[in-house]
Ligand binder design. Structure first.
Ligand code: ARG
Length: 455
């Protein structure tokens, strides 16, 4: 930085000036930095460190910079290293000498911690809205296809029939947990570090709770050293984001498989697919693949920040500057990924016939056969063994389970009756479920209706 150098005999080397600066990342922090300064100035005026007139002058100057920033006319100058010094210099240019009092009882250390906390809070709030929107898109798609049965898979092998809507609700449920993680993280992030100074606090009569309440932060730091040196709230935000991104990547991968010709369960509208430069017939799900792909980068940023924090000595260290770009990048990428998946789900049509055909594979009703025997009093293990033998027998005879005769069934378990053949209806299988949270249509429908009305 080429200012604040009265104690130095040389200017900072030019290469090093560019190296230590953070203006590129800080451009995303201009708004929160100014909001923090407005609250700080108001607190200084409240306790009498600034006169009311000085406080008002500083506030109106900062608001002018905010307006310039909104018009993209406040571009950070690398010579001043970071957003904090850029705002201070601009304020001095706009209002003169009063600007020199703004940094009283404050350090860039508590200022940057505040900026990053406020920034993460804005990202959490945006992500929460987008998560809720995506949940409603998934719920809408499920409800619009509430009678559609499809195979449920384990190990990507056909397992048991489930409702398509149940699969949609599975993703809604994951996203609900993601939301609850962000709500938790919000509590620990919404703590003001303002007033910690460089690390020891100040001898001046400040009121940190006053500036915190102006910033709508319900809590204040309780240790000035911890306040400036920790970034666990960034790591937590990045974990919650990476987990959400991983859920999105699982949704993306699931839809990509379902949309393949081999499955043919869903179709992506032209509006969400891209062309091949060579093969004219192709309609590729590139946007969905990129959602899957970007999860890797988001997970990487979590590791990036955790590794930066590992082994830092107590107190502010410049390494902490490196935690800003990951938070900014992940906030942006996750918001985009959530928006993209909402558009994709909204522009996806379901192919009920293909799903029903796949779900009608009689082998998938094997568990229903076992439960039929259990209902008749057969011990579960014996029932499982009888149906396993029946499956092997059908395979040997090259027949589907549903093509065996009643006599065949009874030769493996005498409890089988004529009604066993009713079990080969996949919708019947789904409707027979009665446990909570199961694929039973009534419970899936009411769960999805609750999601829709929440939004
Ligand atoms: N640009 C710095 C950052 O982003 C601000 C804090 C600088 N503090 C210091 N003591 N050099 O972390």
């Amino acid at each position: 930085m080429q200012v604040l150098r009265k104690a130095f005999s040389q200017q900072l080397n030019e290469t090093l000036t560019a190296f230590v600066g953070s203006v590129d990342a800080d451009q995303a922090l201009v708004e929160v930095d100014i909001k923090g300064s407005i609250a700080h100035a108001a607190m200084l005026a409240e306790v009498g460190i600034l006169s009311k007139a000085q406080g008002a002058n500083i506030e109106q100057g900062l608001k002018q910079i905010l307006v310039l920033a909104e018009k993209k006319e406040f571009v950070l100058n690398p010579v001043f290293e970071d957003v904090h010094m850029n705002v201070e210099k601009k304020l001095e240019e706009l209002i003169g000498e009063d600007a020199l009092r703004l940094h009283t009882a404050r350090s860039r250390n508590d200022q940057v911690a505040l900026d990053l906390r406020l920034f993460v809070l804005t990202q959490i709030d945006a992500i929460m809205i987008l998560l809720t929107h995506l949940q409603s898109c998934l719920a809408k798609s499920g409800l619009a296809n509430i009678d559609v049965v499809m195979p449920g898979y384990t190990h990507l092998q056909r397992a048991q029939p489930v409702l398509f809507a149940h699969s949609m609700h599975a993703f809604v449920t994951m996203l609900e947990r993601d939301k609850s993680r962000f709500i938790d993280a919000r509590v620990r992030t919404a703590v003001s570090p303002l007033g910690a100074g460089a690390q020891a606090g100040t001898s001046l009569p400040i009121k940190p709770a006053f500036s915190a309440s102006l910033l709508e932060l319900p809590a204040c730091f309780t240790n000035s050293m911890d306040a400036v040196s920790d970034r666990d709230f960034v790591a937590e935000f990045l974990f919650d984001s990476a987990m959400t991104a991983i859920h999105l990547s699982q949704l993306a991968e699931t839809l990509i498989i379902w949309a393949s010709s081999e499955f043919g369960f869903v179709k992506f509208a032209d509006a969400v697919t891209t062309a091949s430069s060579l093969m004219p017939q192709k309609k590729n799900p590139d946007p969905v693949e990129l959602v899957r792909g970007k999860a890797g980068g988001m997970l990487g940023e979590l590791i990036n920040v955790m590794t930066t924090l590992k082994g830092l000595p107590l107190g502010y260290n410049r390494d902490l500057q490196e935690t800003k770009p990951p938070a900014i990048k992940v906030g942006k990428d996750l918001c985009l990924a959530l928006k993209v998946m909402a558009v994709v789900v909204d522009n996806m049509s379901v192919c009920p016939d293909q799903m029903l055909e796949a779900a009608s594979d009689p082998g998938m009703m094997s568990t229903d056969l076992v439960e039929f025997l259990v209902e008749k009093g057969c011990p579960f293990r014996q029932a499982h063994e009888a149906v396993s033998s029946l499956v092997a027998y059908a395979q040997k005879k090259n027949l589907l389970l549903s093509q065996l005769s009643l006599a065949d069934f009874q030769s493996f378990a005498p409890q089988f009756t004529e009604t066993v053949f009713v079990l080969f209806d996949p919708l019947g299988s789904v409707k027979a479920k009665r446990s909570g949270g199961s694929t039973a249509p009534a419970s899936v429908k009411s769960a999805l209706e609750k999601v829709k009305t929440k939004t």
